[in-house]
Design a protein around this ligand. Structure first.
Ligand SMILES: Nc1ncnc2c1ncn2[C@@H]1O[C@H](COP(=O)(O)OP(=O)(O)OP(=O)(O)O)[C@@H](O)[C@H]1O
Length: 218
């Protein structure tokens, strides 16, 4: 099993004490699987992705990712996990403003020691970014920034790709093309893909569907 989550709990502080968001989430994902994670706004989808990527700590439960317990890792171990094992496409893209598109796409792959200019060029072409390579993030549209964020993660060849509404800023045709590229590329590398989405259409194109409600996944 690539990802094995058990009994995951997370609360945030609230005025009247901690507010539980995740109340015991269980989820197992094999390499090669593509999943849609649905759930109402505020149900905890982003919280879940951040915990799996080691960006935040859970209150209880376990996250086994590629044979390692994420909670047991120190900062260096988490950094290593984010460099090589798991890649996350953030809702807000989080591109590096001082790097051009080519630099942004290659950045994570370089950190992971998987720098491959051919792959960067191929990803850029497949995501329709080939004419934007010398531009900086501030000169891109929202949809272009979103595609750079996707290319950056895929360039590093992580075993698990997490994506938070990765087509939220794209028109339907572009969204469809981007999802095709994402699923094709994870299939090529045997990776798994977990996509947060509100789109029925997008969810229908993936191999499994899970729903987060009342703090649990079903
Ligand atoms: N850092 C934080 N501090 C306090 N509360 C938080 C924090 N992050 C998230 N929350 C709360 O936790 C709940 C879940 O938030 P989360 O962003 O995980 O939901 P989501 O399902 O991803 O929502 P959306 O679909 O709108 O992006 C929300 O009620 C949110 O207000």
């Amino acid at each position: 099993m690539l990802l094995d989550v058990k009994g995951l709990r997370k609360s945030y502080p609230g005025g009247d004490g901690p507010v539980p968001v995740l109340r015991g989430v269980d989820l197992s994902v094999r390499g090669g699987e593509t999943l849609a994670l649905t759930g109402e706004s505020g149900s905890g989808k982003s919280t879940f992705l951040h915990l799996v990527a080691g960006l935040d700590r859970a209150d209880a439960g376990s996250i086994w990712l590629d044979g390692e317990e994420v909670a047991d890792l120190d900062d260096r171990g988490r950094a290593r996990l984010r460099r090589g094992t798991v890649g996350i496409v953030f809702q807000q893209f989080n591109l590096i403003p001082s790097l051009d598109v080519a630099g942004n796409i290659a950045f994570q792959a370089r950190l992971a020691g998987r720098d491959d200019p051919g792959r960067v060029a191929d990803l850029a072409a497949r995501l329709g970014l080939e004419d934007q390579m010398a531009k900086y993030p501030e000169d891109l549209s929202g949809g272009q920034q979103q595609r750079v964020a996707i290319a950056r993660v895929l360039a590093a060849r992580p075993k698990l790709v997490l994506a938070d509404e990765p087509t939220g800023n794209l028109d339907e045709a572009t969204a469809e093309r981007v999802m095709e590229v994402m699923t094709a590329l994870v299939a090529e590398t045997g990776a798994a893909l977990l996509v947060v989405t509100h789109s029925e259409r997008l969810a229908a194109g993936l191999s499994r569907r899970v729903h987060l409600a009342r703090g649990v996944v079903s």
